[in-house]
Design a protein around this ligand. Structure first.
Ligand SMILES: O=C(O)CCc1c[nH]c(Cc2[nH]c(Cc3[nH]c(Cc4[nH]c(CO)c(CC(=O)O)c4CCC(=O)O)c(CC(=O)O)c3CCC(=O)O)c(CC(=O)O)c2CCC(=O)O)c1CC(=O)O
Length: 248
């Protein structure tokens, strides 16, 4: 716990309004947020193909970039990986045709696999998107093309949360993607404290946004205490804080 007796919760969202929203939400729930952005966006200036039957968008960032480029979907079926991405599409004036029941790459594959045989599917996303989506759609018979709209990099100044974790001063962590886990541990390596961080996390609540992130954490030696009941930051924040309160 911090000097204020409020649980300290680290959050790693990109350093735009997403980290501000996350910080505001955690504060409103009674936590002391530790904002430590682990992702920065580096646009490539690439644009989605215009001849696709289906176009898949997997993030708010991707939507903002295509909207800025005044991308026109034409007759394509527009698919969003989850409700947050769908909301940003609608706010930008696009119609959203498909949102899977489970907000993950495999959830999208499950939703589309019966209808995409022979179709051209454009996947527009970052340079770190998972192969599950491309391979799953190809296995369903689609002609899949990926456009990398942006690269995701670790901000140089990131790492404050790793130092706190190494000292046992974090009560909870909210990991919002696989790369946030990897970059958090890279930051720990940069400070030479990986082993202390892993030990410090034993007493903290580790929350992750979805099963893909939980799997990455496991591969890196971090066992998640909870997987959010749906892939939204709101669910992740509430559930991580509840678990943190239960444990302290
Ligand atoms: O691991 C990486 O960082 C690179 C691959 C990657 C993972 N996430 C993003 C885009 C992105 N989303 C969020 C938060 C968030 N995730 C989801 C569902 C979701 N999206 C993906 C990837 O496309 C996955 C992984 C997968 O299934 O392969 C998942 C499942 C959850 C998981 O365990 O990762 C949603 C739902 C939605 O979009 O509607 C959200 C939004 C939640 C909300 O706003 O409430 C983030 C972090 C963040 O918002 O803090 C990111 C990374 C930043 C960005 O790209 O803008 C990617 C990149 C990609 O898809 O190419």
């Amino acid at each position: 716990m911090s000097a204020t007796d409020r649980p300290t919760i680290a959050v790693f969202r990109p350093g735009d309004e997403r980290i501000e929203d996350a910080t505001d939400l955690l504060e409103s729930l009674g936590a002391e947020p530790v904002p430590d952005p682990m992702l920065a966006v580096d646009p490539t200036a690439a644009e989605p193909r215009t001849d696709a039957d289906y176009v898949v968008l997997t993030s708010k960032t991707g939507v903002e970039l295509v909207a800025d480029a005044r991308w026109e979907p034409g007759d394509a079926t527009v698919c969003a990986i989850g409700p947050a991405t769908a909301d940003v599409l609608r706010e930008a004036g696009y119609e959203v045709d498909v949102v899977p029941e489970e907000y993950t790459s495999s959830g999208l594959v499950a939703t589309l696999e019966d209808e995409v045989a022979g179709a051209r599917v454009e996947v527009a996303r970052s340079d770190h998107g998972s192969d599950v989506l491309l391979e799953g759609l190809e296995d369903a018979g689609a002609y899949v093309h990926e456009t990398v709209l942006y690269r995701l990099v670790r901000p140089e100044e990131s790492g404050r949360s790793a130092e706190l974790a190494a000292d046992g001063d974090l009560d909870g962590l909210c990991f919002t993607s696989s790369l946030t886990v990897e970059h958090f541990l890279e930051a720990a390596d940069a400070c030479g404290v990986r082993e202390d961080v892993l030990a410090g996390l034993e007493d903290a609540t580790v929350g992750v946004i979805g099963e893909p992130t939980a799997e990455t954490a496991r591969e890196q030696g971090i066992e998640a205490d909870l997987v959010a009941s749906e892939a939204t930051f709101e669910a992740l924040a509430h559930e991580t804080l509840e678990e943190t309160d239960d444990e302290h």
